[in-house]
Design a binder for this molecule. Structure first.
Ligand code: TUI
Length: 312
């Protein structure tokens, strides 16, 4: 029912990619999403090469289907991490928070599909010329590091600018969002926040419950004045960041305040002083269930949503 050229490209049943959330998207979640017919990803974040290799090997024991790794290009380990991807013959990588240009040739020669996240038309255009397999156009509804444009405005502009398949991300949590993205010209979707509330997600229970408790206006973007805008739950830490924004603090102060906070939230469950990186769709997520049930629910609701559109 839900098919696109992305399915053939990546060897998956449904064109649904799981967001590569650092500290949240571990081998267990990635394997569960891949086993359910989507593309699961391990979020490498700032992981050093050794632990990442172990996580990739664990995922290989949990699924025989293709899975990927999301690489955060601001990581201090990015060069070593790329070598791990090559050694382990990871079939797909997505990249975030930067330009993966210098790594593309080696990855392609290795047989790894490269799918960068872009938050602007200019970067999409530049990267499409370097041989990437697809791009993820991520709107500012997403959790974590974000650009400035909404999914609704960004996706069709990226679709018009590049020939490779475009995957929409940001603000997509159910079948309505998936079909809206396809209406904008996307050929796939990346879903993050909905999978935080997957049973297989190994994040701290309080982090997962923060998604269930969140309403439409529960997140804010911090760091807008300091160079790295990040969408997070509006908690005590977010208010400290807002104070830095108000007085135009230098980027180092943002980095110092943010250090270790994602782990504090996702692993230790400190959802007041930690960085709870969830998107605006959290407001419509009300239950924890297996990744396979989430995907089945999304795919199963497509005909009903389509029928509603056809009645217009
Ligand atoms: O990367 C993400 N989301 C993330 S990364 C992350 S870890 C982090 N922790 C603390 C501070 C900052 C990050 C948490 N969430 N999404 C993909 C994404 N990439 N969104 C936006 C971008 C992006 C932004 C600017 C990609 C490229 C870019 O510019 C590169 C260039 O050269 O123009």
């Amino acid at each position: 029912m839900l098919k696109s050229r992305l399915c053939d490209l990546l060897g998956i049943e449904y064109p649904i990619l799981q967001g590569g959330m650092a500290w949240v998207a571990t081998a267990e979640l990635a394997a569960a999403v891949s086993n359910a017919g989507g593309l699961g990803l391990i979020g490498a974040g700032h992981m050093p090469p050794g632990p990442l290799r172990a996580e990739i090997r664990k995922a290989k024991t949990l699924t025989a289907k293709p899975f990927g790794v999301n690489i955060m290009l601001m990581s201090p380990f990015v060069k070593e991490v790329m070598q791990v991807i090559l050694d382990e013959k990871v079939p797909v990588i997505t990249t975030g928070a930067g330009n993966p240009g210098e790594y593309i040739t080696a990855l392609k020669e290795n047989g790894t599909s490269v799918i960068p996240v872009v938050a602007s038309v200019a970067l999409a255009r530049r990267l499409a010329r370097t041989g990437v397999d697809a791009v993820i156009a991520e709107g500012m509804e997403s959790g974590g590091h974000v650009g400035e444009i909404t999914t609704m405005a960004l996706v069709p502009q990226v679709v018009d600018a590049v020939d490779v398949p475009v995957i929409a991300a940001g603000g997509i949590g159910d079948a309505r969002g998936v079909l809206a993205a396809f209406a904008l010209g996307a050929e796939g979707v990346q879903i993050g926040t909905r999978f935080v509330a997957a049973s297989e997600c190994t994040a701290h229970p309080d982090y997962k419950n923060a998604v269930l408790k969140a309403k439409d206006r529960s997140t804010v973007v911090t760091g807008l004045s300091g160079g790295h805008p990040v969408r997070v739950l509006d908690n005590r830490l977010a208010k400290e960041f807002a104070e830095l924004d108000r007085r135009g603090a230098p980027p180092e102060e943002f980095d110092r305040l943010g250090a270790g906070r994602l782990k504090a939230a996702a692993v230790d469950g400190d959802i007041e002083n930690g960085s709870v990186m969830i998107g605006q769709v959290a407001g419509m997520i009300t239950e924890i269930k297996p990744a396979a049930a989430i995907i089945a629910e999304i795919v199963g609701a497509i005909p009903r949503v389509l029928a509603g559109l056809n009645r217009l």
